[in-house]
Design a protein around this ligand. Structure first.
Ligand SMILES: [Zn+2]
Ligand SMILES: [Zn+2]
Length: 441
C-alpha cells in the first residue's frame, strides 16, 4: 500500500481534533449549567434525627414514615431503630384488619400499591399466616430520595442502660449495626459506646455523628455524668416523646438547665469543647395522634449546609451551624466572632421574645447541697449565675456581643403561638441557637 502523503495525514489529524469540538458547540446537551441540586448555595435544611418504624417499636412502615416527612417539608430524615439498622431480610405478621398493624398495612397498600408491597401466606405452627415484608433501608431509600430535595440517613438508636439508668444514644450515618456495650458508670457507658461510633467512622472512612438522647428519660443521665465525656458533643435538648421530661420536675433540672450547667463546667472549669443541643421527634406513632403518643412533627433541627448530602449536613452540625425548633423559623443565625445575631421570620399575629443567656467566668461552679439517695449531687442545684439571662427583646432582629468575662452566649426565641400537638401540654413554639464561645485571639 502506498504511504499517505504527510500533508494528507496532517489534514486528517486536524479534522479528527476539530470535528468533535464543532459538533459540541452546536449541542446544548453537552454544556449543561450547574446541577440544580447544588445551584442555590447554603440554605437551611430541615431534618429529624430520631425516628422509629416497624423495624423496632414504631407502628408504621419505614416508607410511609419517610413519605410523611417528605410531604411535610423536611429535607432529611434519619431512621434510628433500637439496636438495629434496617438491612436484613425480614417479614412480619400482618393482614388488613381492625388492628393497628392491619390499619398500617391498609394505608401502606393504599399509598405504595400492590406492585411495591410484598405479601405472602406462610404456615406458622400449622396455621396459614399472612405476612408482609419489611423492606431494608437500601431498598426503599431510592424510592423516596431526590437530589437536593430529600435525603434518608442510615442510623441506629444504641439503646442501653447502666443499672436502671437508660443510656440511649443515636449514631447517625452508621454503616454497621452497633451492639451496645457495658460501662462501669453512666458516664463510662456513654464513653465506650461513643467510641464504638468513632471507631467505626475511622475504620470505614464514613463521617458519623453521635448524640445522647433524652437525658431525663427515667432520670437516667445527669449533667454531672455528661460534663467530662469529651466524646459527647451533642445531646437532645428537646425530644418530642411524651415521657421524656424535657422540663424536668421539682427535683430534676430541665434539659435546657442541664445544657447551661454542662457548658459552664466544660468551658469554665475543664477547658473542654462546648456541647450542642438538638431537637428531635423520637417518633413512634403514626396512626393515632395525641398527647400520649410519640408523633412526628414536634421538634427538628435546621442545618445550614451548602448541599443536601449526609457529609455536608454532618460537617455543618460539627461546626454548630444549625438551630433547633418546635415551630419558630429563623431566617438567619449569625455566630460571627463574638456576636450572636438572630433574625426571626414573622408569623401573622404572633409575637416573639428572644432571650440571650450567658455564664460568666467568675461564676462559682460548685454544685450546691442537694444530693440524691445515693449521695450524688442532683443536677440543677447551682443557684447562681449559671445560664443567666442578659438580654430580652421583642424585636424580630437582635444580637448580643460577648463580654470579656463571659464563657458563652446562646439564644432562645419564644413565640406566642401554642405548639400544635406538643409532647408536653402547653408548650409554645420555640427555637434555640447553638452557644457561641469567645473567638480565639
Ligand atoms: Zn430512647
Ligand atoms: Zn427513640
Amino acid at each position: 500500500m502506498r504511504p499517505l502523503q504527510p500533508l494528507l495525514l496532517l489534514a486528517c489529524a486536524v479534522a479528527l481534533f476539530t470535528l468533535p469540538m464543532v459538533w459540541g458547540e452546536g449541542d446544548n446537551e453537552s454544556k449543561p449549567g450547574l446541577l440544580p441540586a447544588v445551584a442555590q448555595g447554603p440554605k437551611w435544611l430541615k431534618g429529624n434525627l430520631h425516628t422509629h418504624s416497624l423495624w423496632s417499636d414504631g407502628d408504621d412502615f419505614p416508607e410511609m414514615i419517610g413519605d410523611w416527612y417528605k410531604r411535610n417539608g423536611y429535607q432529611f430524615l434519619a431512621l434510628t431503630e433500637h439496636n438495629v439498622i434496617a438491612e436484613k431480610e425480614r417479614w412480619i405478621d400482618a393482614k388488613v384488619d381492625e388492628s393497628n398493624r392491619g390499619t398500617a398495612l391498609a394505608k401502606y397498600l393504599n399509598r405504595f400499591g400492590e406492585s411495591w408491597v410484598e405479601r405472602r401466606v406462610v404456615d406458622v405452627k400449622g396455621m396459614p399466616t399472612s405476612q408482609v415484608r419489611l423492606k431494608p433501608f437500601r431498598e426503599f431509600r431510592s424510592l423516596l430520595e431526590e437530589a437536593g430535595k430529600f435525603l434518608l440517613v442510615p442510623a441506629e438508636e444504641i439503646t442501653h442502660k447502666y443499672v436502671k439508668a437508660p443510656v440511649h444514644m443515636n449514631g447517625i450515618n452508621l454503616r454497621d449495626t452497633i451492639a451496645p456495650i457495658d460501662g462501669a458508670s453512666v458516664e463510662e457507658t456513654m464513653k465506650v459506646n461513643l467510641r464504638q461510633v468513632a471507631d467505626q467512622s475511622k475504620r470505614t472512612g464514613w463521617p458519623m455523628l453521635a448524640f445522647l438522647n433524652h437525658p431525663n428519660f427515667g432520670w437516667g443521665v445527669r449533667a454531672e455524668d455528661m460534663v467530662l465525656v469529651e466524646e459527647l458533643r451533642f445531646f437532645e435538648l428537646q425530644n418530642g416523646h411524651p415521657t421524656v421530661y424535657n422540663r424536668g420536675d421539682s427535683t430534676h433540672a430541665s434539659c435546657e438547665r442541664l445544657w447551661d450547667i454542662i457548658l459552664a463546667l466544660r468551658l469554665g472549669k475543664h477547658n473542654l469543647a462546648p456541647l450542642y443541643g438538638l431537637a428531635t421527634d423520637d417518633a413512634h406513632h403514626y396512626l393515632d395522634y395525641g398527647k400520649s403518643k410519640a408523633n412526628p412533627g414536634r421538634a427538628w433541627v435546621m442545618v445550614k449546609a451548602p448541599v443536601l448530602t449526609t457529609e455536608a449536613l454532618l460537617k455543618a452540625m460539627q461546626a454548630g451551624d444549625f438551630y433547633c425548633s418546635t415551630g419558630v423559623v429563623l431566617t438567619d443565625v449569625r455566630r460571627d466572632k463574638n456576636t450572636l445575631a438572630v433574625k426571626i421570620e414573622a408569623g401573622a399575629g404572633i409575637t416573639y421574645k428572644t432571650r440571650y443567656y450567658v455564664t460568666r467566668t467568675d461564676t462559682p461552679l460548685e454544685s450546691k447541697t442537694a444530693k440524691d439517695k445515693d449521695g450524688k449531687p442532683i443536677t440543677g442545684t447551682f443557684d447562681t449565675g449559671v445560664g443567666e439571662m442578659v438580654l430580652e427583646t421583642d424585636a424580630l432582629e437582635s444580637s448580643y456581643t460577648l463580654k470579656a468575662n463571659e464563657l458563652y452566649v446562646r439564644a432562645r426565641v419564644d413565640s406566642s403561638k401554642p405548639q400544635y400537638n406538643p409532647g408536653e401540654p402547653g408548650d409554645m413554639e420555640r427555637a434555640w441557637t447553638q452557644p457561641l464561645t469567645p473567638a480565639k485571639p
